[in-house]
Design a protein around this ligand. Structure first.
Ligand SMILES: Nc1ncnc2c1ncn2[C@@H]1O[C@H](COP(=O)(O)OP(=O)(O)OP(=O)(O)O)[C@@H](O)[C@H]1O
Ligand SMILES: [Mg+2]
Length: 459
């Protein structure tokens, strides 16, 4: 059948069938492991690599329903999602074959089988399985080497290594992941990596800043609308859920969404169903959800601000990114990457960082976390005249030195100034700035309007 030996797992409780199949495959120089029960097949699959599994659907428990075989099929793909499975059934039943295909079987064979058809089905399935596996492997390798958009996810410190451990384990599955961590700790970057490492990486990663969505547009943004659904709906619009079908939906700033919207979100997450605004046609989307928040999970667990059933949907796996001050072992590697990126952007500049500068970087408290470090390195590159960035180029107390004397300002001016500097400190993140100032989201937007400060995230 080919140059290399194929290893095939066969499960059938009929010894005669096993013997006959052995003969067929032996003539093709295949290596066969025959099992007469689902349990034995499972333990073989756990301990050996196979190119294909050929399984009967009916065993001793009952001989017509196919229940045992379908269960084995599911369990096999749980062990190895890439293992091609071909099912056999003695009681020719189209319905059962269809059910098996829906559960992930690659193809089916009716008993008594025709040797030529059996071999051709097996050959095809093995070829398909191999190309699927090598594609996946290549994609995962590339994603890791390249990083996402040439941006490696740095994780040298012990605490970040355990984050990476969890990420590599859960990324391929479709489990919902909730990322928590202070602003600038890398939640958005990590979401992109999880998607890139998942089985959905060829489908889109769609990001929605749900915390920043005005209530009036939430539904049409998330679920789309039909033409004429409301006054401004001149054209139909595809919502984010639909766009993310087959891929990943990244819901950023999840803690900031009002209760009414939480209910709408819950429904689509539970049922995978939604309607476009203005339409009564129910649509479905298969979406993996990653969400992020800088609110502590304990705060989200206080019933009052967040629906617990929604939280339960979102945090199947919870990954918490530690603040940069708690992982100074990452600082050198992060600096190296940021310096390299800045050198590319500005066409050169210093090539290294002095020990004194590193000492200063490691003792800074980094309220803006990794994002702040990136900015500090970039600014230092521009300030530095020599080959090595030194302590003085870092300007770590830059912000404090620029402080304006509030006493000299009118109330209006002071408000303007405070909002402006809060935005700067928070890298133009309106919600973070609002939180720091103790303002609600809408109060913040009103003040941005009043002071003629445009929402920097919309510009
Ligand atoms: N581990 C890391 N390795 C390399 N770069 C990182 C890492 N973590 C964060 N960064 C970089 O730091 C910056 C901030 O990260 P990111 O935007 O992902 O943070 P965030 O937690 O989503 O912040 P926010 O809560 O404000 O949305 C980005 O430029 C990102 O690429
Ligand atoms: Mg983010």
């Amino acid at each position: 059948m080919g140059n290399d030996t194929w290893k095939i797992l066969i499960a059938d409780d009929d010894q005669d069938v096993l013997a006959a199949l052995r003969l067929v495959f032996k003539a093709e120089h295949c290596e066969i492991v025959g099992c007469n029960s689902p349990d034995k097949a499972l333990s073989s699959a756990k301990s050996h690599e196979f190119d294909l599994a050929l399984i009967d659907l009916n065993y001793s428990e009952d001989t017509t329903s196919g229940r045992e075989g379908l269960r084995l099929l599911t369990q096999l793909s749980g062990i190895n999602p890439d293992l091609p499975v071909v099912v056999m059934t003695a009681w020719s039943s189209v319905a059962l074959a269809v059910q098996a295909m829906q559960k992930g079987a690659g193809d089916f064979i009716e008993k008594p089988w025709d040797n030529q058809r059996l071999l051709s089905v097996v050959r095809n399935q093995i070829a398909l399985g191999r190309s699927r596996r090598s594609e996946k492997r290549l994609a995962a390798e590339n994603a890791l080497l390249r990083g996402v958009e040439n941006h490696r996810f740095i994780a040298e410190s012990a605490s970040m290594r355990s984050v990476i451990d969890v990420v590599t384990r859960v990324a391929p599955s479709s489990a919902s992941i909730l990322l928590t961590g202070e602003h600038g700790t890398g939640k958005s970057l990590l979401a992109r990596h999880v998607h890139a490492l998942s089985n959905r990486s060829r489908k889109p990663l769609v990001t929605v800043n749900v915390g920043g969505l005005a209530e009036s547009v939430f539904e049409s943004e998330m679920f789309g609308h039909v033409k004429g659904a409301f006054t401004d709906a001149q054209n139909e619009r595809v919502g984010r859920f639909e766009m993310a079908d087959g891929g990943t939906l990244f819901l950023d700033e999840i803690a900031n969404i009002p209760m009414a919207q939480q209910a709408k979100l819950l429904r689509v997450l539970e049922e995978g169903e939604f309607e476009r605004v203005g339409s009564s046609r129910t649509q479905t989307a298969d979406v993996r959800v990653i969400s992020a928040t800088n609110t502590l999970i304990e705060d989200l667990k206080r019933e009052a601000i967040f629906r617990q059933d929604l939280l339960f949907r979102l945090n199947t796996v919870e990954i918490s990114l530690p603040p940069l001050r708690a992982r100074i072992d990452d600082i050198e590697a992060l600096c190296a990457q940021f310096l390299e990126q800045a050198r590319t952007r500005y066409g050169g500049g210093p090539v290294g960082i002095t020990d004194t500068a590193f000492a200063a970087l490691k003792s800074h408290t980094w309220p803006g976390n990794v994002r702040e470090l990136n900015h500090v390195v970039e600014r230092a590159l521009l300030m530095c005249g020599g080959e090595q960035i030194d302590d003085g180029d870092l300007q770590l107390n830059h912000a404090t030195r620029q402080r304006v004397a509030l006493e000299s300002l009118s109330l209006e001016q002071a408000e303007h100034h405070l909002i402006e500097t809060a935005l700067q400190r928070n890298d133009n993140n309106v919600l973070a700035a609002a939180q720091e100032l103790g303002l609600s989201r809408s109060a913040m937007y009103r003040r941005l309007d009043k002071h003629g400060l445009k929402d920097p995230e919309q510009s």
